[in-house]
Design a protein. Structure first.
Length: 400
């Protein structure tokens, strides 16, 4: 049985790639904001704070004697802090960052008044300078506050996405391990199936290769009826296993060349139930049980083991029934010679609406004109010595 459509390991892989890209973008954003805080926002706040403090000290010093105001360390501090402020703002203004031209303009006026020893307008201009410099300082403080929030948000988001990425990686690893386990289980199941089918067919040289041919015909018919790929996988495996219950039928009934007694025929009719019992213990084979159990049901309700009719018979079982009958009819048995493909097709037509549904028979006959032997289980298709697989199979008196 194939795993296509059951597990899609590419999904967690794409999730992991998407999360990795998001984390990379967020880390870039985090580094960018961190660089701005280090290179601009924090120095801008420090320079602005120093300049505001120098302007306030100069304003306060004007209450002293004029010579002190013009020559004191306060004036030197103001000039130095203003030059630092101007250089710093001019440097980052070229990068499109905030630059308060009004602060520079008023600061230049204050320096000019100090140089001209014109102290009368200074208090007014220093008040203005303190006001605009304080606004500039608050602007930079707000920038650094927003930058810190962005850094925190990006850091938390990176942590969250990293956890998601870790979870996706854990899930993907578990998925891969589970996929490998399923593959190994399926390989073991198919090996066991091959051994069982070979053991069954080794009991009767005349039926060797029967299961493989039935699987091939069933697969062709399933494709013609547009069954989905998952159903085709189950159909083919069910066809391979359809007679597995015969392994529990005594040789005296199974291998008898002549006509069966009622008791012997009763033993033969038990093989679908035996097959169901064999498959019931394997979860991997649960989907194929209807094909194995019900492939001897008839469209008119006279089949076995349940006696169901019409659409109540699963499509899988109806397909296997047609394929089984055709291979039985076109194969040589101890109690009769093989029919030709044309004769077998006529027999199938005669069974329409009694043994089989009309549309299935018509579709099957069409597939015989354009066979497709592609099989997912080619290792079963071994040539049968003395009984080559004729174009099609058969369903005579002993097709059960």
């Amino acid at each position: 049985m194939k795993l296509k459509g059951k597990i899609k390991p590419s999904i967690p892989l794409w999730i992991a790639l998407g999360l990795g890209l998001l984390i990379s973008l967020l880390v870039f954003r985090l580094v960018s904001f961190s660089a701005k805080v280090t290179d601009y926002y924090t120095p801008a706040v420090l320079v602005s704070e120093d300049f505001v403090e120098a302007a306030e000290h100069l304003r306060d010093s004007l209450g002293q004697k004029e010579p002190a105001a013009s020559t004191s360390m306060v004036r030197i501090h103001f000039r130095s802090s203003f030059q630092k402020f101007r250089k710093f703002m001019a440097l980052f203004h070229r990068d499109g960052l905030h630059f308060n031209a009004q602060v520079i303009e008023v600061g230049d006026e204050v320096l000019a008044l100090l140089a001209a020893h014109n102290f009368n307008p200074l208090p007014n201009r220093l008040d203005k300078l303190t006001e605009v410099a304080s606004q500039n300082l608050r602007q930079h403080q707000e920038e650094i506050r927003r930058a810190k929030l962005n850094i925190q948000f990006s850091a938390y988001l990176v942590a969250l996405l990293s956890l998601l990425l870790l979870g996706a990686g854990f899930y993907y690893t578990k998925l891969e391990l589970r996929l490998q386990e399923i593959r190994e289980q399926e390989a073991a199941t198919l090996s066991a199936i091959k051994a069982l089918v070979n053991a069954l067919e080794a009991r009767d040289a005349y039926t060797k290769g029967h299961s493989a041919r039935v699987a091939r015909y069933a697969l062709q018919l399933g494709k013609a009826l547009n069954c989905c790929s998952c159903d085709l996988d189950a159909l083919e495996l069910a066809a391979i296993m359809h007679d597995i219950g015969k392994i529990g039928v005594p040789d005296q009934a199974l291998l008898k060349a002549g006509k069966l007694t009622e008791e012997e025929y009763g033993l033969i009719k038990k093989h679908p139930r035996i097959g169901e019992t064999i498959l019931a213990d394997s979860a991997h084979l649960e989907k194929i049980i209807p094909g194995v159990l019900l492939h001897h049901e008839r469209f008119d309700g006279t089949g076995y083991p349940q006696g169901i009719s019409g659409d109540r018979i699963p499509l899988m079982a109806q397909i296997i029934s047609v394929a089984d009958a055709y291979d039985a009819m076109t194969s040589t048995r101890p109690y009769r010679q093989a029919l030709s493909p044309k004769q077998a097709m006529e027999e199938l037509k005669r069974g329409i609406n009694t043994q089989w549904e009309q549309k299935i028979i018509e579709c099957f006959i069409q597939t015989l004109q354009n066979p497709d032997s592609t099989s997912q289980l080619e290792f079963f298709l071994q040539p049968t010595p003395g009984n080559p697989p004729t174009s099609v199979p058969k369903s005579g008196a002993r097709s059960n």
